[in-house]
Design a protein around this ligand. Structure first.
Ligand SMILES: *Cc1c(COP(=O)(O)O)cnc(C)c1O
Length: 412
């Protein structure tokens, strides 16, 4: 048995039994999993965790499942890279990249949420899983759903990167490409979810799905030697990842795995879709929806479901928010590759570009410890870099031709 006591409305605190439900019947607030921390504290010690396999289920008592994990046994425990070169370039003392571009079967942090969502969907007895996606979720549900034997309906905006569409299609889901943006896809999916008895991972399974994001935060604390960083910079689409990383830090504090927590939480968005960071900059908690227009398609949610809660976390943790333009995103993707050998997708470019601004403006101290969350692999969004990289040196298959090129490379 698991340690979830039930679901609870984030607004009015009304409680609900564990079921595939996601909004409060009374005030329409979102529901969230509630845990029995007292008993978790007795079993989930540092020693117990350290003995377990290096995947995201090593924190399973703090995840909302009852039985054995069914999905994602090969996901998570991604590297926390100490970024010496990048730190030197940005002029800070201690910088880390939490690198979710690797150690996930579909190469993004979405394998965390999908592992929990599909395990829960099995527990609830669903035979079909579905999602509304900005790209990475489509890829992840298609793959993990195939392995777990689900029928799959995947809804995406038709304008998604061709490489992301292909990466989903290879698993042969029912891929529905909607002539509309993500927010329109999501609205359609809410209607479909009301009519069909499917597990929509980010709609009716959302309270369980979202908890999977906490594992990104748990790992950071464990990998820093059971310490929290001074600053963390997190990319926002719906805002869920940001709120759940904060929840993960607070939970570790609550059950005694973390002694002190003074982390400032920073939100990063693309300028072409920045409803959350705009609200933060203006000191408002009302999110004004936007029509996304950015190369960072995986973050392109104009009406973010958890936007309000993300602004609350940033305020509570004493952080800030900022946005990055498309050219700044591309520059940052190249900077990360050139300094740390990490090829991140556009979302990683957003996070690094924003981190850089926060350092330059003094909001992030140069003597502090900062973690930058890099959430997806660049091989999935190669189009974004087309025309923005250096060219190969084209030669004939002869030594003479090579040496001619070498002469030019050496600046002759
Ligand atoms: C989905 C996603 C995020 C964050 O999503 P939230 O909806 O804010 O939880 C961040 N990075 C990438 C690459 C994503 O695909």
């Amino acid at each position: 048995m698991g340690y979830v006591k039930g679901l609870k409305c984030r607004e009015c605190s009304r409680e609900y039994p564990v079921a595939p439900v996601y909004v409060c019947e009374f005030c329409f607030g979102p529901l969230e999993a509630v845990y029995d921390y007292k008993n978790i504290k007795k079993v989930l010690t540092r020693r117990a965790i350290e003995k377990r396999e290096k995947n995201l289920w090593r924190y399973r008592e703090l995840l909302p499942v009852d039985g054995e994990p069914q999905v994602g046994l090969n996901s998570g425990f991604t590297p926390l890279l100490k970024a010496y070169n990048l730190a030197r370039e940005l002029g800070v003392k201690e910088l880390y990249i939490k690198d979710d571009t690797v150690a996930h079967p579909t190469l993004s942090f979405k394998d965390r949420v999908v592992a929990v969502a599909l395990t829960k969907a099995k527990e609830f007895g669903f035979d079909t899983v579905a999602c509304a996606s900005t790209g990475n979720l489509a890829h992840s549900v298609s793959a993990h759903g195939a392995k777990a034997g689900f029928k799959r309906f995947i809804f995406i905006p038709a304008s998604l990167e061709a490489s992301k569409i292909l990466a989903s299609l290879v698993y042969e889901p029912n891929l529905i490409a909607v002539d509309g943006n993500y927010d329109e896809v999501n609205r359609l999916c809410s209607e479909i979810a009301n009519k069909y008895h499917w597990a929509f991972v980010n709609i009716n399974i959302r309270p369980f799905y979202a908890e999977g994001s906490k594992t990104h935060g748990f790992e950071i604390i464990e990998q820093l030697g059971w310490k929290a960083p001074d600053n963390i910079v997190i990319p926002c689409a719906s805002g869920s990842l940001l709120t759940k990383i904060w929840k993960s830090f607070k939970e570790f504090k609550q059950i005694g795995l973390l002694k002190e927590l003074h982390t400032r939480v920073f939100a990063a968005q693309a300028t072409g879709c920045s409803p959350i960071t705009t609200a933060i900059k203006q000191g408002m908690d009302v999110i004004r929806p936007v029509k996304p227009d950015t190369i960072a398609k995986s973050l392109a949610i104009g009406n973010p479901a958890d936007g309000y809660y993300a602004t609350q976390v940033v305020a509570e943790a004493g952080g800030a928010g900022d946005d990055a333009s498309d050219p700044e995103i591309i520059d940052a993707m190249k900077l990360l590759a050139r300094t740390e050998g990490v090829f991140a997708e556009t979302a990683g470019g957003v996070t690094l570009a924003v981190a850089r601004k926060l350092i330059e403006s003094g909001k992030i101290g140069r003597d502090e410890t900062t973690v930058i969350c890099v959430t997806g692999n660049g091989l999935k969004t190669q189009e974004a870099l087309t025309g923005h990289t250096v060219s190969p040196h084209y030669i004939k298959p002869s030594l003479a031709s090579f040496e001619e090129a070498l002469y030019k490379i050496k600046g002759g």
